[in-house]
Design a protein around this ligand. Structure first.
Ligand code: P6P
Length: 337
């Protein structure tokens, strides 16, 4: 198959859509450059610790930044200069990230988790950047406001993630299906490797942190019991897989099928909605899941329909193959959700 990079794929497959216009393509190319820079550092991380490898961070005598802080800085620095964004939000920053005065702005809003799962880096477990793109809602000549950021996930114009692992792979959607691009370091390009990804209708894996069983309500406990049953609809127990890195657990679910759950739990009365964030994690991954013919819910509502009220609000997330997600919703309904 002739090599196709992201920009060519976008132009080839969405030539009719406004996505192929200059602004978005430029935004995407700046995002891709950020992923390449982050990938370079993430790949080196083990060496910095183990071999005392003096990468450019050490040589200049600068303190070796934590990788998620480094990744956050790369994205903010690069995307602020892209000239196509009016505001950003990062999981690492409390409030709205404005574009510095004097920098050109544009009509897009970018929300991201710069390096999800970064606590796993020492164990060489896959981690990733998750991103979500909206069009601004307020008039272009005014400064961007929270209204531009707090949009329902259904308004996303693009979303996806970059997975840093044995290879660096970007999976994304612009509303015309889901496509995977693998970084070929020898040419420094993300090349189309997984065209038109579709999640299996039914899988054989459920993914949840069972260490928290005592914090779950009866509905979630019944859901997990169902996946362990012999006489469930598969007539066989599901396999349990949990990496503890959202992008890795989601990517496996997308390719192999099944369901990932991070439910609400009673562990922390301050966080009754669980741990994952709506804007920087659940919404982008739900857009990808639905574009791959999967489903994503908080147990009751479609994730993409939830009207956000705060930048970092958390949400229970049940995401994956339609038959498994529907089964979870059926059990939650039975419990009166
Ligand atoms: P727990 C990583 O810290 C993360 O934010 C996600 O990547 C992952 O899915 C989740 O937390 C794991 O959380 O509570 O199971 O350790």
């Amino acid at each position: 198959m002739p090599e196709v990079n992201v920009t060519e794929h976008l132009l080839l497959n969405q030539k009719k859509s406004p996505m192929a216009r200059g602004q978005f393509t430029h935004l995407l190319n700046q995002l891709i450059l950020s992923f390449k820079i982050i990938s370079r550092e993430v790949t080196k991380a083990g060496l910095v610790d183990v071999l005392g490898f003096t990468g450019e961070i050490n040589v200049q005598g600068e303190e070796v930044k934590k990788l998620d802080e480094y990744s956050n800085n790369v994205l903010i620095h690069r995307m602020s200069r892209a000239g196509v964004i009016c505001a950003m939000s990062s999981e690492e920053n409390e409030g709205i990230i404005e574009i510095p005065a004097g920098f050109p702005t544009g009509d897009y809003v970018l929300i991201f988790d710069p390096l999800d799962g970064s606590s796993n880096i020492e164990a060489n477990i896959n981690i990733g950047t998750i991103f979500s793109v909206y069009r601004r809602k307020t008039p272009s000549e005014q400064p961007a406001t929270l209204e531009d950021l707090l949009q329902q996930g259904v308004n996303q114009v693009a979303a996806g993630y970059c997975l840093y692992g044995s290879s660096t792979m970007m999976v994304m959607t612009t509303g015309s299906g889901v496509h995977g691009f693998t970084l070929d370091p020898s040419v420094g390009e993300f090349l189309l490797s997984h065209p038109d990804i579709k999640i299996p209708e039914r899988g054989s894996i459920y993914s949840i942190n069972e260490g928290y069983t005592r914090y779950w309500d009866a509905a979630t406990r019944e859901v997990v019991d169902y996946f362990k049953e012999i006489d469930n609809e598969r007539k066989s127990p599901y396999s349990s897989r949990y990496i503890g890195s959202l992008v890795a657990d989601f990517h496996r679910t997308l390719l192999y099928g099944g369901v990932f759950l991070y439910p609400a739990d009673m562990r922390d009365p301050k966080k009754p909605k669980g741990k994952l964030r709506l804007m920087s994690e659940a919404n982008p991954l739900s857009f990808v899941a639905e574009q791959a013919w999967g489903l994503a819910t908080d147990g009751v509502h479609r994730i993409l329909d939830i009207q956000p009220t705060a930048l970092h609000q958390r949400v229970p997330l049940i995401i994956g193959s339609p038959l498994e997600v529907e089964k979870v919703r059926e059990i939650y309904r039975k419990h009166g959700y």
